[in-house]
Design a protein around this ligand. Structure first.
Ligand code: NAI
Length: 244
């Protein structure tokens, strides 16, 4: 469709489904070589079959050895990693009173520590190149909190903390770090929510509907591309104005 990411190598975590898939697809349309890195092997296979110029990698963001293996392979084959999209995420919702320690720990492990793991293992290659763009998946829940999401909202606030810290540490080295805060987007994650709550969310968004994965992919594309060359350390809300 275009050449906004021509020749760039982009790793997208959690790229087999939902927003990650749409982002991988959009990046490939703009000329990137896209590394589809996801924990679900079947979904990785089917995603890559639908995205030309993409490569399949089964990777778990909680497992540093599996991340390192992907990084080594990509560096060996392409010699560069220009873009990292830290998109993989899960929910395990329960009210504070009912949340189990296992629910708390699993969400922290994937959504927060996973972002730390991937970024820490990839950034040395960006530092060597003196350039790079990192975009992290936060959420409106990482700006305002949400009923039943003690664990999830803490991770999404935390991701904004990472973003602002790394923007300071890495900006001077030519690496930009930003976050996207999607509102409620029609993916499997959101379809798991009760119907009446979804209807209420649609009403609260000033555009009167849920967002689409493709709309989020365009936000990731802007922040990852050179068009955002002076954008660093922002948490960009893309929610149809749900917080207004
Ligand atoms: P999804 O559930 O549709 O897809 C998530 C993907 O991540 C799946 O393919 C899954 O296999 C993969 N994944 C899960 N754990 C993983 C791990 N340990 N290692 C590697 N991959 C893993 O999710 P969706 O809705 O596309 O969300 C993507 C990101 O956007 C998440 O971080 C989510 O928290 C965030 N987000 C989503 C919103 C929404 O309304 N859907 C709103 C705000 C933020």
């Amino acid at each position: 469709m275009g050449d906004r990411l021509k020749g760039k190598v982009a790793i997208v975590t959690g790229a087999a489904k939902g927003i990650g898939f749409a982002t991988a697809q959009r990046f490939a349309q703009e000329g990137a070589i896209v590394i589809v890195a996801d924990v679900n092997p079947e979904a990785v296979k089917s995603a890559v079959a639908q995205i030309p110029n993409s490569e399949a990698h089964v990777m778990n963001v909680t497992d540093r050895a599996s991340i390192q293996a992907v990084v080594d392979q990509v560096m060996q084959q392409h010699g560069r990693i220009d873009i990292l999209i830290n998109n993989a995420g899960i929910t395990q919702d329960a009210r504070l009173i009912k949340m189990t320690e296992a629910q708390f720990d699993s969400v922290i492990d994937v959504n927060l520590k996973g972002v730390f793991n991937c970024t820490q293992l990839i950034v040395p290659h960006m530092l060597e190149a003196g350039s790079g763009a990192i975009v992290n998946a936060s959420s409106v829940v990482g700006l305002y909190g949400n009923f039943g999401q003690t664990n999830y909202s803490a991770t999404k606030f935390g991701v904004i903390g990472f973003t602002k810290t790394w923007a300071r540490e890495l900006g001077p080295k030519g690496i930009r770090v930003n976050a996207v805060c999607p509102g409620f987007i029609a993916t499997e994650m959101v379809k798991a929510m009760p119907e009446n709550i979804l209807k209420d969310i649609e009403k609260r968004s000033w555009l009167g509907r849920l967002g689409t994965p493709e709309e989020m992919a365009n936000v990731y594309l802007f922040l990852a591309s050179d068009e955002a060359s002076y954008v660093n350390g922002v948490a960009l809300e893309a929610s149809g104005g749900i917080s207004l």
